[in-house]
Design a protein around this ligand. Structure first.
Ligand code: SF4
Length: 396
């Protein structure tokens, strides 16, 4: 069998790996053995898997593969952050970032090569969209990071304790592959991460949020960035199809299933003169008044393709205080790894844009979000006015 046709065991979820091995006449415990070799010890050579019979190892060598994505380059920042670029099968390159902090090591992974959603403040969105990453390319980022950090079992390197889907792409538009990778992150025979330490971040793909219910119980982050639909339409075009009220409702439903006092993270990128005025803070505080959550303020990271600017530290402080005074739990993301362009919204990789696909998608969004589907007052043409108003009023 040619290599391209063989199943890549690296990306098979525990259920899929067990099914494959059962089809080969093996018992389920073989899947657990294999996962421990691959994901806990970092071994890719079937020959080294000494507790598996020799004849079966030879069969695995002939009929399957174990192939992480190709590592293209690595950049180390002075503060311990590391950015890697990997090449996807499509030829595009994507990025992942490791951020150590105290005893924690957070790996920010990508789920797609590029992104179709084209949020106006996002460097990835400006690259266009190429393809979904396979499950092997997603879990392969965790595997590669552990190998590079020397943190496989007994390696002694810094650990990967948390994984966040906040790299390139919208994870809920690559649902099945993301879920297969998540299953491996959580499985005790693979990475054994806590469900509270794996976070899926979405711009608001409602069907994906609905599919998450009953399928997984990992942490959820919502990329909100605006507290009214006119402004969010501009920052996150997906909002034209799934406005804020729908997004909060779907989020509430997912969190209700989890119980245990778990709350979502609301991400709000602060952009000078656009969404950082005091009235925006008051509007956000009111929107989330009865919505248990944590709010993470992310000062915008400037890049050349857009004219947006980061607010001053004083504006950010005032914005935070308004939210805190209203009783919200608020953090401000510290900008780490600026020197390796690894901060939020700066992951760009090198994407072979399937532009027509993205254009079709955005046209469909505009077409489907007709005015009669939307609550009163969400008239698209009001966006320019609202932006001008925000700019003229300056920062908080
Ligand atoms: S912010 Fe996220 S959803 Fe929006 S374009 Fe960037 S990667 Fe896509």
């Amino acid at each position: 069998m040619s290599t391209a046709l063989r199943p890549n065991l690296l990306g098979l979820s525990p259920v899929k790996l067990t099914a494959l091995l059962e089809g080969m006449g093996e018992k389920p415990f073989r899947a657990r053995q294999l996962m421990r070799w691959i994901h806990r010890r970092g071994v890719l050579d079937f020959g080294a898997m000494t507790d598996i019979g020799k004849s079966f190892r030879e069969r695995l060598t002939l009929e399957t593969t174990l192939a992480p994505p190709e590592l293209v380059s690595r950049y180390d920042a002075e503060d311990g952050c590391v950015k890697w670029i990997i090449r996807a099968a499509s030829g595009s390159s994507v990025e992942m970032v490791y951020i150590p902090e105290g005893g924690r090591g957070t790996l920010c992974v990508s789920s797609q090569a590029g992104c179709i959603l084209d949020c106006s403040f996002c460097a990835t969105g400006k690259q266009g969209f190429d393809s979904n990453l396979t499950a092997a390319e997603i879990i392969g980022q965790v595997w590669l990071a552990r190998r590079e950090l020397g943190s496989f079992e007994n390696g002694g390197g810094p650990p990967v304790t948390n994984v966040v889907f906040m790299g390139m792409g919208e994870p809920l538009l690559n649902f099945d592959n993301v879920m297969d990778a998540v299953d491996l992150m959580l499985d005790d025979h693979a990475y054994g991460l806590s469900k509270r330490r794996v976070t899926i971040s979405t711009a608001g793909v409602i069907p994906g949020l609905e599919r998450m219910r009953g399928r997984t119980d990992v942490a959820l982050a919502i990329s909100l960035h605006a507290a009214n639909d006119e402004l969010r339409d501009e920052l996150v075009p997906l909002n034209r199809k799934y406005p804020i009220a729908m997004l909060l409702e779907a989020t509430r439903a997912y969190m209700a299933d989890l119980g245990e006092h778990r709350v979502p993270l609301i991400e709000y990128t602060l952009i000078r003169g656009i969404n950082d005025h005091r009235r925006h803070a008051r509007e956000l505080a009111a929107l989330l008044a009865d919505f248990p959550c944590k709010i993470n303020l992310i000062p915008f990271n400037e890049f050349s393709e857009v004219s947006y600017r980061r607010p001053s530290a004083s504006s950010i402080g005032k914005f935070r205080k308004i939210l805190q005074d209203a009783g919200h739990l608020v953090t401000v993301r510290t900008t780490r790894a600026d020197e390796i362009a690894a901060a939020c919204g700066q992951l760009t990789g090198s994407v072979h844009d399937q532009t027509q696909r993205r254009e079709r998608f955005l046209r469909r969004l505009d077409g489907e979000a007709s005015l009669d589907e939307r609550p009163a007052g969400l008239i698209h043409s009001a966006r320019d006015d609202s932006r001008q108003q925000a700019e003229s009023q300056g920062t908080g």
